[in-house]
Write a protein that binds this ligand. Structure first.
Ligand SMILES: NC(=O)c1ccc[n+]([C@@H]2O[C@H](COP(=O)([O-])OP(=O)(O)OC[C@H]3O[C@@H](n4cnc5c(N)ncnc54)[C@H](O)[C@@H]3O)[C@@H](O)[C@H]2O)c1
Ligand SMILES: O=c1ccn([C@@H]2O[C@H](COP(=O)(O)OP(=O)(O)O[C@H]3O[C@H](CO)[C@@H](O)[C@H](O)[C@H]3O)[C@@H](O)[C@H]2O)c(=O)[nH]1
Length: 507
């Protein structure tokens, strides 16, 4: 039933282990209960889909946050994700449980996912770059304290290479009789806004494990879970370290494409080329492909920046400064893009936005999510607030309290009360634009493409400006309506720009 090929080398770093998990019904698997520690953007949707596809397995998702668990058990889930409500409604109370009783869930589980957050460290060694593994460590210590019997522990969180080794050290340190562990790496590749689809039709599932008979058996157990809905050919198995590194590599490649196209968007604006035309021409080369070539105000989200910074830090620790500098540039280019766009807004508004009313359309880091982590909208808002603007913000899914939290965070302002007095959060795009000088579009929500821009224009101060940071609007039509329009990677009808008072020039 199982075949194992050691392809090369004797070091754990270079061994590639290939398992044949065989057909689902050939197997006698023991996983009846799964526990997932961390009920966030990954733990919640992933376990909901496992519960949906594996009705014979009981899946318990636990979190130390009582609020979060209460929301998972309510009609208003803690995260917005298309298709998630339906899956949760079908499984919750059947074989999907959300609970704060972490100990019981760990004790009863055959397999435990660690799906906790791994943010960038904000202090100490590696500050601003290394991943903070305190939550992973906390979860591992909890397992070590309460586990009984044999457990398969699965790293679902994104972690540095060789993190599994540290987790195993914590788990095995207790050395209690009758307790044994296998640790697997099974990074998650879902993107927010498309999580359910990504989970149901994953391009691949990646499982890394120890190159021992027990390790192979554990890998096979997890293969079996996924084989309920993912074809065996799309489940790939590797050694643990390759699996951990592949997750960082995938995010680094994706972000690199965005920084590459964004760097060229600056060249387009300076030359008259159009970045959409360039992206299309480049992407039609089948070796390059068309995805992730959408120029934008910059990438956001909880993963890209954090994971690349982590990769940079690992390279520095491994004494590979050239490799570290190479990937750091992806982040630097993203910072440049966010600043370039924000500066363009200020310069185009006659180089002063002090006291001006400006609308931000969209605050989430991308459409179809309410998540604002590392959203470029925060950068734009900060620049405009620092320049004295009054902001009117509308986003269809972001909670108003989240916007206030983001903009009054100490990394954004030292004067939270003044910021609170400078922002108004609207529940409707038309009131958000009424009487303002400019619209800055930060998130590519579909509904922004079909707004009544004639109505909006009538209600705005003149000249009325639109800055399309996502390239989703019909610019020719907006110009015909009377707007001054600017976007990324394309020169439009020549708006009047004043870089310094008294020296107006045409962009
Ligand atoms: N968000 C994504 O789209 C995405 C996609 C792929 C991978 N990842 C990775 O998955 C991991 C989780 O990301 P997320 O976005 O779901 O994070 P999140 O912040 O939404 O959720 C993490 C949850 O873990 C809980 N938690 C932390 N320590 C705990 C403990 N000891 N016991 C119980 N609960 C605990 C927190 O309360 C929180 O609710 C990260 O490593 C991330 O890089 C995220
Ligand atoms: O052509 C593009 C594609 C994306 N973006 C932006 O890039 C950011 C990230 O987008 P996306 O990757 O779609 O969302 P995430 O939820 O951050 O997902 C990424 O990060 C996850 C966490 O690790 C991984 O699991 C996913 O595979 C990976 O796509 C967002 O701000 C997007 O607007 C662009 O600017 N241009």
């Amino acid at each position: 039933m199982e075949s194992v090929h050691l392809i090369s080398g004797s070091q754990p770093y270079v061994n590639e282990v290939v398992f044949d998990c065989g057909m689902l019904d050939d197997k006698k698997m023991v996983i009846k209960k799964i526990c997932c520690i961390g009920a966030g953007y990954v733990g919640g949707p992933t376990c909901s889909v496992i519960a949906l596809k594996c009705p014979e397995i009981t899946v318990t998702v636990v979190d130390k946050s009582m609020d979060r668990i209460a929301q998972w058990n309510s009609d208003k889930l803690p995260i917005y994700e298309p298709g998630l409500d339906e899956v949760v409604r079908e499984c919750r109370g059947r074989n999907l449980i959300f609970s704060t009783d972490i100990e019981t869930a760990i004790k009863e589980a055959d397999l435990i996912f660690i799906s906790v957050n791994t943010p960038t460290k904000t202090f100490g060694n590696g500050k601003g770059r290394a991943a903070d593994l305190k939550y992973v460590e906390g979860a591992a210590r909890m397992i070590a304290e309460v586990a009984t019997g044999n457990k398969i522990v699965v790293e679902k969180s994104t972690v540095p290479v060789r993190a599994a080794e540290s987790i195993l050290n914590i788990l095995r340190a207790n050395n209690r009789p009758g307790v044994s562990y296998q640790i697997l790496s099974n990074p998650e590749f879902l993107a927010e806004g498309t999580a359910i689809d990504d989970l149901l039709k994953a391009d691949r599932v990646l499982i890394g494990g120890e190159d021992t008979p027990e390790g192979h058996a554990a890998v096979e157990e997890l293969c079996w879970v996924y084989e309920h809905w993912i074809s065996r050919t799309n489940i790939i198995t590797t050694n643990t370290w390759s699996s951990e590194l592949s997750k960082l590599a995938a995010n680094a490649f994706l972000a690199q494409r965005i920084s590459s196209i964004n760097s060229l968007s600056a060249v387009c604006e300076a030359t008259g080329a159009d970045i959409s035309e360039v992206a299309r021409a480049v992407g039609l080369d089948s070796r390059i492909g068309s995805k992730f070539l959408q120029a934008s105000v910059g990438f956001g989200g909880s993963c890209f920046q954090k994971d690349i910074l982590n990769l940079v830090y690992i390279c520095e620790c491994l004494n590979l400064p050239e490799v570290a500098a190479y990937w750091q540039q992806v982040i630097d280019m993203n910072e440049y893009q966010k600043s370039r766009f924000s500066t363009k807004v200020v310069e185009s508004l006659f180089n002063t936005v002090s006291g001006k009313q400006i609308t931000l359309l969209g605050f989430a880091f991308k459409k179809d999510t309410g998540d604002t982590r590392e959203s470029p909208a925060i950068h734009v808002a900060k620049t405009l607030l620092d320049e004295g603007a009054k902001l009117h913000i509308y986003d269809p899914k972001v909670e108003p309290s989240q916007i206030v939290d983001d903009l009054t965070h100490p990394s954004v302002t030292e004067e939270p009360e003044s910021v609170k007095n400078s922002i108004t959060i609207h529940s409707d795009p038309y009131t958000a634009t009424m009487g303002t000088h400019a619209i800055v579009l930060c998130t590519e929500w579909d509904e922004f493409m079909v707004l009544d821009y004639e109505r909006i224009y009538k209600g705005m101060m003149k000249p009325a400006h639109i800055f399309d940071g996502r390239k989703i609007l019909d610019h020719d039509r907006l110009i015909k309506i009377g707007f001054q329009v600017q976007t990324i990677g394309k020169r439009l009808a020549r708006p009047l720009i004043t870089r310094t008072w008294g020296s107006p020039y045409q962009a």
